[in-house]
Design a protein. Structure first.
Length: 181
């Protein structure tokens, strides 16, 4: 069973992603979000980064639809959205680690990492985070201090993985709750 905190966060995430306010998540919603984050980071639509992100997003959408799009109409309705999270996370332990998350959920951190331009060698500083957050519409850069778990001024891939696990699994007060605003 999903806890109250998870419901609240997943409701918020749905609203955030359903950018055209159609009441369902479609591929075009995800593409719009991706284009905004990449444009904010200064990547041109014909750049290699853009192509790579698009390929990653299409892969994610194909995998996510397998789980979530029950009636196969290429959109994830609100009911499908919650049913899928129940299925993906309902059995998970609240203190499960990132590596225990289902693959479709782990892919989400790759999309965020791609949008932030971070990898094992390079973290995101507060300006990068603020640009990303602004482009997705997830509130203030003030959350950066909370998300930078070790306080070294950068959000690393390791930190992003832990924050992702907390966002999807925790029903307690945890830094990762602020990952998507
Ligand atoms: Ca939509
Ligand atoms: Ca559907
Ligand atoms: Ca850090």
């Amino acid at each position: 069973m999903l806890g109250d905190g998870q419901w609240k966060k997943l409701t918020h995430l749905f609203t955030l992603i359903d950018v055209d306010d159609s009441g369902a998540v479609e591929y075009t919603d995800l593409e719009t979000v991706m284009n905004r984050t990449l444009a904010a980071a200064g990547h041109a639509p014909d750049s290699i980064i853009h192509d790579g992100a698009g390929a990653m997003l299409r892969r994610f959408w194909a995998d996510f639809k397998q789980v979530a799009d029950i009636n196969r109409d290429d959109r994830i309705s609100r009911a499908e959205w919650f049913a899928c999270w129940e299925q993906l996370l309902g059995e998970e332990d609240a203190d499960a680690l990132f590596d225990d998350l289902p693959p479709a959920v782990r892919q989400i951190h790759l999309l965020v990492a791609q949008a932030l331009g971070i990898n094992d060698l390079r973290g995101a500083d507060s300006a990068t985070w603020a640009r990303f957050a602004g482009s997705v519409g997830i509130g203030e850069a003030a959350t950066f201090a909370r998300l930078d778990l070790d306080g070294n001024g950068l959000i690393s891939v390791d930190e992003l993985q832990q924050l992702t696990a907390e966002f999807f699994l925790s029903n307690e007060d945890a830094p990762g709750n602020a990952l998507f605003g």
